[in-house]
Every structure is written in C-alpha cells, then in structure tokens.
Design a protein around this ligand. Structure first.
Ligand SMILES: C[S@@+](CC[C@H](N)C(=O)[O-])C[C@H]1O[C@@H](n2cnc3c(N)ncnc32)[C@H](O)[C@@H]1O
Length: 258
C-alpha cells in the first residue's frame, strides 16, 4: 500500500515532458488573463511563488512582471522540466524548490505574489495549504488561484469527480466556487475578481497524458455512457468521451495587519 504523496510521485515524475508540451497547460485564456492582471500591478513584484508548478507554465507566464519567481513542486522531474523550459525561454529569474503546498518551506510574508494553477485538486489538506499561502504572502500582496471548478449540482459533481479519480489516482477533489470562497475568508484573503472559462477536454489526450490504464478508461466510458442526460448535458459529453471542464481564476489580496 502506498501513501498519497507516493501516488503523486508515481503519477507526475514520469510525465514531466508531457506536461511541458501539453496544449491544455501551455496556453489558455487563464494564462493570458494572469499576464494581464500582473501587468496592471504597479512596478515589478520583487518575489513570487508558484505552488505545484508542474512543468512551469504559470511561472513562465508571470516571469516578465516579477524580479524572482520560485517554482515549487514535490516532483523532481517536474522541477527539472521547469529548469529546461526556463533556459529555453531565457528566463533567468526562475528558480525551483522541492516542497508541498501544505507545508511551504519559506519565511512569513516573504512573497509579493503567491499563485497556483491546476494543482490544488491534488492537495490533501487544502485549508492548511491556503493558510500557508497566506502566511508566506506579505500584507497587501496578491494571490492568484487557478483550478478546475467543481459543478454546484451534486449529481453532476459526483460523476465529474469520479471521472477525474478514475483517470488519475492522485486526484483529491475539485472545489466549487463557494467552497473556495469559504477558504479565502478564513485566510485573510479578499476577492478582487473571479473569472471562469469553459475548456474542452479532448478525451484521448486527457487519458494518455496520465497513462490511464485500459481498465480505468473503460470504467470512465461506462460511467459517462450510463450517466443521466442532465449530467451528459451539463458536462457537454461527446460521443468519444470528450467533455467541457470549467477553469476558474480567483484574484485575491491579503488584508493588512489588524
Ligand atoms: C497538472 S500539474 C500542474 C500544472 C502547472 N501548474 C501548469 O500551470 O501547467 C499538477 C502538479 O501539482 C503537483 N502537486 C501534487 N500535489 C502537490 C502538493 N501537495 N503540493 C504542491 N504540488 C503538488 C504535482 O507534482 C504536479 O506537478
């Protein structure tokens, strides 16, 4: 039997190259909007942290606006991909650090920006991780949170989370907008903006990126085909298993000292 942390390594260590070149991860309206938000901040931010950086696409996107970007991930192969990707783009301001969101290896209030993209649904203790992001952020600093958003309808949500877990055993849970907002309120974050985009997930590349075994692919297809029509409609399910996922972006500010 293995721990969740071991499952994360098993899932991500061999897939760093696939994530570096993944179309879903290397582009998207959320990355474009992240650039716009950073561009609106006055001056250059002195130091930013990308939590669960994967192959580094968010770190690359914000680098032009930041003096130093620390890209953190538990997967050594992902960090090696970030180093390769940063060198290929001439981004000398990016450094990597091994670690986990639930226990960030940094001093209090040491970043002007803390961000994360498509990683939080793998974290086992999300409330602790959001508190950690707040702890290392300077008062008045910004947080940028991007992740798949869970459907509000419980029937649709249960089918969606089951598809995610069958595809990737390191999946923990996508959160709804309401669940995220409760976590922010408990961590001294004020929401400045929320945006959401539908992203079409092409089934064959979605399962091949995580090397989902055939028996799990068959289980996902059976789940999809047996889903009630309201679930199929809400997820935009197509004949080949492709579907629509909602990507959410929260732009937050940390309150000053009381
Ligand atoms: C889908 S990839 C991230 C994609 C990347 N942020 C991007 O924008 O392309 C998810 C990453 O989360 C990392 N991860 C999983 N559990 C984590 C945790 N507890 N703390 C930090 N990162 C974690 C994985 O190692 C993996 O690299």
């Amino acid at each position: 039997m293995r721990s969740h942390a071991q499952t994360v390594h098993t899932q991500f260590d061999p897939r760093a190259e696939a994530y570096l070149h993944s179309a879903v991860h290397s582009a998207g309206p959320d990355l474009q909007h992240a650039r716009t938000l950073l561009g609106q901040c006055p001056g250059t931010l002195h130091r930013a942290l990308d939590v669960g950086c994967g192959a580094g696409h968010l770190a690359f996107a914000i680098a032009a606006h930041v003096g130093r970007v620390v890209a953190l991930d538990p997967s050594a192969n992902m960090l090696a991909a970030v180093i390769r990707g940063a060198a290929a783009r001439g981004l000398e301001q990016i450094e990597v650090r091994s670690g986990s969101a639930e226990s960030l290896p940094f001093a209090e209030e040491s970043f002007a920006l803390v961000c994360t993209r498509y990683s939080a649904h793998h974290w086992t203790r999300l409330p602790a991780a959001v508190q950690e992001m707040s702890r290392v952020l300077a008062p008045g600093g910004h947080a940028l949170i991007i992740d798949a958003i869970a459907p509000e309808d419980p029937l649709v949500d249960t089918h969606f989370q089951a598809m995610e877990l069958l595809r990737d055993p390191s999946h923990v849970r996508d959160r709804s907008v309401g669940e995220w907002r409760e976590l922010f309120a408990a961590a001294r974050f004020t929401e400045l903006e929320y945006r959401q985009w539908p992203v079409r997930i092409e089934f064959a590349s979605w399962v091949s990126r995580m090397r989902t075994p055939e028996r799990s692919i068959a289980a996902i297809r059976a789940l999809q085909n047996g889903a009630p029509h309201e679930v199929q409609a809400a997820l935009g399910l197509e004949a080949d298993g492709s579907f629509v996922l909602q990507t959410g972006l929260f732009w937050l500010v940390k309150a000053g000292r009381p």
